[in-house]
Design a protein around this ligand. Structure first.
Ligand code: CTP
Ligand code: MG
Length: 183
């Protein structure tokens, strides 16, 4: 496989980390993680936009997405979404999706600390933390896979394309009345 195909493969295999966020929007809204509590700065720790149902639902939907990508790849004969074994196709998307939604929470924590309220426009703070944390989780829990597939060109390409993708997906979510704001 040539270099470009390898990058495309890495992007396709990263889709669970992206879908996890949309999964959180769909399943979210129940069991607010910070339970309405404020941080020492008097602002909310995370805010009402971070819920356990969104976190768990997003991880579940992200993981299932990985399995679907794996299945399509297996049965179509294209290796573009092949995580490895069936076990890998569960664990790797699960790790990515968990990292993704942990990063999303970290992003909200930072947004609150710099005074941006829940749902306020965070720019790269809305778009990068989930991707960066997905990479960090892969580095911690699936190092071999991470080094093989994401160091460094695919990771850089993904960090470049994630903000516009995030933007488009959120505009779609807004138009579908799934999100209150288009960012
Ligand atoms: N969501 C959730 N639980 C999560 C993540 C997301 O319930 N762990 C849901 C919430 O309904 C949230 C929506 O998905 O409003 C969109 O997510 P996001 O844009 O990350 O949250 P915001 O409401 O914009 O809040 P923040 O400013 O903290 O990002
Ligand atoms: Mg938001």
């Amino acid at each position: 496989m040539n270099e470009i195909l390898l990058v495309i493969q890495s992007i396709i295999m990263f889709i669970p980390a992206l879908i996890a966020n949309s999964g959180a929007v769909i399943t979210g809204g129940h069991f607010i993680i910070d339970r309405g509590k404020n941080f020492i700065d008097g602002r909310r720790i995370l805010g009402n936009g971070k819920t356990l149902s969104g976190f768990a639902g997003g991880i579940a939907i992200g993981t299932v997405t990985g399995l679907i990508i794996y299945a399509i790849s297996r049965f179509s004969g294209y290796a573009l979404g092949s995580y490895g074994t069936l076990y890998d196709a569960v664990v790797i998307p699960f790790v990515m999706a968990t990292g993704s939604l942990t990063g999303d929470i970290a992003g909200s924590f930072v947004k609150r600390r710099i005074g941006i309220d829940r749902g306020g426009k965070g720019g790269l703070l809305d778009q990068w933390p989930f991707a960066l944390m997905a990479f960090l989780f892969m580095y911690i829990f699936e190092r071999h896979y991470f080094i093989q597939h994401y160091v460094y060109i695919p990771m850089i390409v993904i960090l470049i394309i994630v903000p516009p993708i995030h933007r488009v997906v959120n505009i779609i979510g807004y138009k579908m009345h799934k999100k209150d704001v288009p960012w």
